[in-house]
Ligand binder design. Structure first.
Ligand code: TEU
Ligand code: CA
Length: 540
């Protein structure tokens, strides 16, 4: 692998700084906390970290509402702390990617404060302002992801402004070239500081239809498809006009030409929409836009191998020279062993979902705590802090349950903080899965992750190979990964029962580390015990 292409097939470890490690005993994780645990991250065998936002922010959306794109929020530390973090990561051979929230800023950002101050200030057109209809109603039918209309009335300007997320997160107006220039300047600020890449928040939301046309209704709304929840009216529209606009392509090209001035940097765009796989392909083809994208397709409730195969075959069919990235968990969705595994057999299931993710074709984002097999934390309404969860309780319990602090030690405060009250509680069910417990257990999920990441690194077929599916049912999946003429056979059993499959290939099984449940070859069959994986080289 040349360094330029380090991101192709890389495993990116997502750090949610608030919940990683608290270095100064205020109950909130911070950048020096990440630096202090860098050795642990490196020990996993990942290639890079992605830091969720640490910029100056009123924290209405816990950092995804930025009020200064070029500084560190005092809760998280200082720019010097950030320099230290990068230096330490690089010392350990880890790349550093940061989260750019370009679609919207905080309503406390000086740009918005100026923009809302009058109709004719220098930034009057930096956000998306629109008059009320003659009867006072909102300009059109667009909705906020977080509930209610996407329009908020501003009494000073006596106009509505657009917000795809919270009303404290006004959307920036990408149709204004000055806005684009200003945002690209903030991106360059971090490139100059030595970051290796960006996770681009809501990368398909940047542009809106300039005519503000109404979205059409959506028929056939199916629960669980691309994160759809039936309690959210957002699911009942086809989002043709409020996001995923064709104008975005030109912006992504400008962003890419900026990145290309800084060698070996990369991007991974978050793409959430009804045609996300096509959008991922369009955004990553041609080497002049994004390097990678991920969709929500593996972040849904559908854990069937039929869904996994369909998702992979659809993306492969349209991808061309583009490149995907996958994740099965992040700071927005229920933790994977709860979502897919219903908390049953959770150790074994954590391992097999991990093995599946790490053998599919693409780069991978791995969310902190997934390597420990953490289940979703169960919180009561009065413990919630996420406005999205509070708005939709109890049908949707929000995103706090996947954001509770990492348990480093099996003790009351989880070794996360010295004596402060953590910003979200340490989950009781997670303490026995603390890092210190798992370090001492050869069969833990943590050891399985380390060992399997090692297997992935030592087999270029897994990192770079083509993929060709052979067989699946709801819980079984088999496929080939081929690279430079070498073929690796992969068979996965995600069910709690033995599976026996006939094989026509001549296979030679790889010996997997003991923390992983391994299948085996018996004459002309592959035998897969519960929750096991078989990796075998194809010899004929
Ligand atoms: O998420 C984008 C997004 O669409 C999510 O809101 C998603 O639909 C939802 O969280 C599913 O539960 C990004 C960030 O990842 C999220 O944390 C931010 O709140 C959001 O953008 C706004 O910046
Ligand atoms: Ca702290």
């Amino acid at each position: 692998m040349n360094d330029q292409e380090w991101w192709r097939g890389a495993v990116i470890y997502q750090v949610y700084p608030r919940s990683f490690f608290d270095s100064n005993n205020d109950g909130i994780g911070d950048l020096p906390g990440v630096t202090a645990k860098m050795r642990y991250i490196a020990s996993l065998g990942v290639d890079a970290i992605w830091l969720s936002p640490f910029f100056t922010s009123p924290m209405k959306d816990f950092g995804y509402d930025v009020s200064d794109y070029c500084d560190v929020d005092p809760i998280f530390g200082t720019l010097d702390d950030f320099n230290q973090l990068i230096a330490t990561a690089h010392h350990h051979g880890l790349k550093v990617m940061i989260d750019q929230v370009l679609n919207h800023s905080s309503d406390q950002h000086p740009w918005f404060v100026e923009s809302r101050s009058s109709h004719d200030n220098a930034k009057a057109d930096w956000y998306i302002w629109a008059d009320a209809n003659p009867d006072g109603t909102v300009p059109n039918n667009w909705l906020s992801v977080f509930g209610g209309p996407a329009w908020h009335w501003d009494s000073r300007r006596r106009q509505y402004y657009l917000h795809n997320f919270l009303d404290s997160q006004p959307d920036l107006n990408f149709h204004n070239p000055d806005v684009v220039d200003a945002l690209l300047d903030t991106v360059e600020f971090w490139l100059k500081r030595g970051v290796d890449g960006f996770r681009l928040d809501t990368a398909n939301y940047y542009y809106h239809d300039i005519e503000l046309r109404n979205n059409p209704p959506k028929k056939d709304v199916v629960e669980g498809s691309i994160g759809v929840r039936l309690d959210n009216p957002y699911a009942y529209q086809l989002h043709l006009y409020d996001k995923s606009r064709p104008e975005n392509i030109g912006f992504l090209q400008r962003l890419r030409s900026l990145l290309d001035k800084y060698p070996n940097t990369t991007t991974v765009g978050e793409v959430g929409c009804d045609f996300a796989l096509e959008t991922m392909a369009a955004y990553t083809q041609g080497k002049d836009k994004l390097h990678m994208c991920y969709s929500f397709d593996l972040l849904t409730h559908d854990a069937s191998m039929t869904h996994i195969r369909n998702t992979m075959e659809t993306i492969e069919a349209g991808l061309g020279d583009g490149w995907p990235c996958w994740s099965i968990g992040n700071h927005d969705v229920e933790r994977v062993v709860t979502r897919w595994g219903k908390n049953h057999d959770s150790i074994a299931k954590s391992k097999i979902y991990m093995a599946m993710l790490l053998t599919l074709r693409g780069s991978v984002c791995l969310y902190q705590g997934e390597e420990l097999g953490l289940p979703e934390a169960e919180l009561t309404l009065d413990q919630l802090v996420d406005p999205f969860g509070i708005a939709f309780w109890p049908e949707f319990k929000g995103r706090d349950g996947c954001r509770t602090p990492i348990p480093w030690k099996n003790e009351t405060l989880g070794g996360f903080t010295l004596s402060a009250e953590p910003w979200l509680p340490i989950a009781d069910a997670q303490r026995p899965l603390a890092v210190d417990e798992q370090e001492g257990n050869r069969h833990s999920v943590l050891h399985a992750y380390r060992d399997f990441l090692h297997v992935r690194r030592s087999h270029p077929e897994l990192r770079h190979g083509d993929i060709e599916f052979i067989y699946n049912d709801d819980t079984t999946l088999t496929f080939l990964r081929t690279y430079k003429g070498k073929r690796l056979y992969v068979a996965i059993n995600t069910a709690n029962q033995d599976i026996i499959l006939p094989v026509e290939l001549t296979l030679s099984a790889l010996i997997l580390p003991e923390a992983i449940h391994s299948g085996y070859i018996d004459a002309n069959t592959v035998v897969l015990p519960p929750f096991s994986i078989l990796l075998a080289t194809v010899t004929a």
